[in-house]
Design a protein around this ligand. Structure first.
Ligand code: NOJ
Length: 459
């Protein structure tokens, strides 16, 4: 059987701070906008929050042992900015920084390479009170926080991600579904987006300054993926068009596209379509800023869960979630479309020519233990096997995919959906915090130990 995955492929799993650790306010940190957002009535499922989450802050040693048992080569986690800097800038909570330092040590002892995300949505509440991403100084706040993190961990952490899914947390300012729950106007959104992009660029500079020759940095947007209707060139071009287009200029949906994020970072310019629409609202400094925003990066992280079928005219087919009943869908109604892991990396590599990490991919299932405590999550195995096979197809064609991070290592706080959605390879009993490796975790272990050889058999 032909092998596709290179020997140094990073087989990983991912989490984020607020979703697993327990709130930073309990251990000398400050609140994030997610701590405060969760107190608003009706914003999260059953009013749930991440105050306890998986208690990973307490149970970190046990969790690293479980990662080792699964055989992970790499672990993607995020640093909670307000855990390290309770007010977002200034005073450091050393206890918080030490936690991450210990985590990195434990990982390296277990032979697991850390991939660290600097920002996974838990913005310091204190800085939010000063305008948050709206404030023109916010890129400097993010730069300084990044410098603190890289100075403390950069001797051991060689891979950094600046921002996770800007599309989602920026939308939290446009449609209010996520923290901080704002519904800003378009002019404010354009400014905010510019500051977020500039923050990425400033953070890249800070990583370079504090890192060394081995240090790599990139960002991890959602890779919004289209699947061509058939094998014709015409269908592929229609899908390509869909992926590069900004489909909606309303503030609630403005952030939800690829090009607005990837073009400035990877090509140094705003998409023409966006510039024609909103260029007049950009700050005067925008051209100089684009030089910072496009500071060279080493890789492109892509979070891809599903793809959108597109017809020959480049229009989405069957978008309404209710129309998917009876079709392959996950517990949270996302379509199951393995080909997304073929077409996404193919398009993004062709357009931006960067090595790729799949920084997230996974499925929410209604998992529960049987009477013997076994979690037989066969749908997660099926899903992952099929997606990985499509990824392998792309790798075989020469797309440089360097790693795959399953979302998630463990069941956790799924933001506005609370603890309703279980994405983990490890089951978490949220009453006792007991962990159990699911059957999918065992299966993933065998995939890793055979370096994906059995996946290639699916092709
Ligand atoms: C995207 C986010 O990065 C992560 O935080 C979230 O839990 C998963 N996808 C699943 O929705």
């Amino acid at each position: 059987m032909e092998r596709c995955f290179p020997d140094d492929f990073l087989w990983g799993a991912a989490t984020s701070a607020y979703q697993i650790e327990g709130s930073p306010v309990r251990h000398g940190g400050g609140p994030s906008v997610w701590d405060t957002f969760c107190t608003l009535p009706g914003r999260t499922w059953r009013g749930q929050d991440g105050y306890h989450a998986c208690e990973h802050y307490e149970l970190m040693d046990e969790d690293v042992k479980l990662m080792k048992e699964i055989g992970l080569r790499s672990y993607r986690f995020s640093i909670s900015w307000p855990r390290v800097l309770p007010e977002g800038r200034g005073m450091v909570n050393h206890q918080g920084l030490d936690f991450y330092s210990r985590l990195v040590d434990r990982l390296l002892e277990a032979g697991i390479e850390p991939l660290v995300t600097l920002f996974h949505w838990d913005y310091p509440h204190e800085l939010f009170l000063s305008g948050g991403w709206m404030n023109p100084d916010s890129p400097l706040w993010f730069r300084d926080y990044t410098a603190t993190a890289v100075q403390a961990l950069g001797d051991r952490v060689k891979k950094w991600i600046t921002l996770n899914e800007p599309q989602c947390f920026v939308n939290g300012h446009g449609n209010g579904y996520h923290a901080p729950g704002l519904t800003l106007d378009a002019v404010s959104m354009v400014r905010l987006i510019h500051h977020v992009l500039l923050s990425h660029g400033r953070a890249v500079q800070a990583v370079r300054d504090a890192g060394d020759a081995e240090t790599e940095v990139g960002f991890a947007p959602v890779g919004i993926t289209a699947i061509p209707q058939d094998g014709t060139t015409e269908a592929r071009e229609a899908a390509w068009r869909y992926m590069e287009t900004i489909h909606d200029f309303e503030p609630e949906k403005l952030a939800w596209n690829n090009s607005l994020w990837m073009d400035p970072v990877l090509t140094g310019s705003y998409p023409k379509q966006y510039f024609d629409h909103y260029g007049r609202y950009l700050p005067d400094s925008f051209e100089d800023d684009l030089g910072v925003i496009s500071e060279p990066t080493d890789f492109l992280g892509l979070n891809i869960y599903h793809g959108q079928q597109v017809d020959l005219q480049g229009n989405a087919v069957g978008e309404d979630a209710t129309s998917r009943i009876g079709e392959p869908i996950t517990a949270c109604n996302w379509p199951v479309t393995p080909e997304a892991l073929y077409w996404g990396p193919k398009y993004f590599f062709q357009r931006y020519n960067k090595p790729i990490y799949i920084t997230e991919n996974g499925i929410s299932c209604r998992d529960f233990p049987d009477s013997n405590g076994v979690i037989n999550d066969v749908q997660r195995i099926t899903y992952t096997e099929d997606y990985l096979a499509q990824l392998a197809r792309g790798i075989r064609e020469g797309i440089p995919v360097k790693g795959y991070y399953h979302w998630s290592l463990m069941d956790n706080f799924e933001w506005s959906e609370g603890y309703r959605e279980r994405f983990g390879l490890i089951y978490v009993d949220f009453k006792t915090r007991r962990r159990i490796i699911k059957e999918s975790g065992r299966w993933y272990r065998s995939v890793i130990s055979q370096r994906g050889a059995q996946i290639t058999g699916k092709l």
